[in-house]
Design a protein around this ligand. Structure first.
Ligand SMILES: [Zn+2]
Length: 309
């Protein structure tokens, strides 16, 4: 008989559907990923197949299942109202569709919120009571923990730091605004900065810009520094506004290390109140790509207990 209590977690982004099974201590018992299916019927079919696999292979009874979906999840409608990276989710009636597949209690939330919850419980935020997670990659996602609780906002849409304005005259964002943190400080902007600075014709990736920065290439270093400047403005706003114990930075761009973070932290120091800056630790997130699925599983488990932590 299976004794260990297990929760399953799914993390759906624009490019990958990640999944796993997590025990009560946050340990991953199994995990995997597939390319994000293109349509809702394909997505549901993939979830059905993965759910069967998790139940069959998990060393314990799977008691709950959590989903982190990219997009604006409405607590009232229980739908993703808008998903720039996965438009098939828009207004889709998720709960009845998932109920036909998942035969245990399940919960849904935004993917970045789930990542923040995962880092809070089992990652770099362990032991804190307040943190903000920023994941910097193709876009910028974020989630907020306040007083040990996930801060979802009145309707579920809190923590959209990627879309605060840091440059009023900046680039146009997918959200319709101009100069969002996401447009000014994410991986595509690092590339754009480099192309602009070098008047380059050939496309490069942010990884290539990073490798050039490591070799001391001035344009590459400046590309990171410009993004770091805007990221720092965003961090300064968070520090002054919330006075969090920690800000965790995750996502693909974190592997570029200090080229982005050092100028960002310097700018945050300049723009936030000295006492607030002094009590906020800015650190790298710890769970990497697993944060979302670990958080979703933990969030589902917390739902079984009728509370959020
Ligand atoms: Zn925006």
């Amino acid at each position: 008989m299976k004794r260990t209590s297990v929760a399953a977690g799914f993390d759906l982004g624009g490019t990958q559907l990640k999944y796993g099974a997590v025990d009560g201590g946050g340990r991953l018992l199994l995990k995997g990923k597939v390319p994000s299916p293109g349509s809702m019927p394909e997505l549901l079919e993939a979830i059905r197949a993965i759910w069967g696999r998790i139940k069959a292979e998990s060393p314990g009874r799977v008691a709950a299942c959590g989903f982190g979906f990219a997009g604006f999840y409405s607590l009232e409608a229980r739908k993703i109202l808008h998903s720039p990276n996965y438009p098939s989710l828009n207004n889709f009636d998720l709960v009845p569709a998932l109920r036909k597949i998942i035969d245990v209690p399940f919960r849904i939330d935004n993917d970045a919120n789930m990542a923040a919850y995962g880092e809070y419980l089992y990652g770099a935020g362990r032991g804190t009571q307040s943190l903000v997670l920023l994941t910097v990659g193709t876009g910028i996602g974020s989630g907020i923990i306040l007083d040990g609780e996930l801060w979802q906002g009145a309707c579920g849409f809190a923590g959209e730091l990627g879309h605060i304005t840091v440059n009023p005259e900046g680039s146009l964002c997918n959200c319709g605004n101009r100069g969002c943190l996401e447009t000014e400080a994410s991986a595509p902007k690092i590339v754009k900065n480099y192309m602009d600075l070098t008047e380059g014709q050939e496309a490069v990736t942010s990884r290539e810009v990073y490798l050039l920065a490591r070799r001391g290439d001035k344009a590459a270093l400046e590309s990171f520094a410009r993004c770091g400047y805007y990221l720092g403005i965003g961090l300064g706003i968070v520090i002054n506004f919330l006075n969090p114990e920690k800000i965790l930075i995750g996502g693909g761009v974190v592997s570029s290390g200090h080229y982005l973070l050092t100028p960002a932290i310097e700018e945050a120091r300049r723009r936030s109140h000295r006492v607030s800056f002094a009590c906020c630790r800015i650190e790298r997130a710890a769970l990497g790509n697993d944060a979302g699925l670990i958080g979703a599983a933990a969030w589902a488990r917390a739902g079984l207990r009728g509370r959020t932590r």
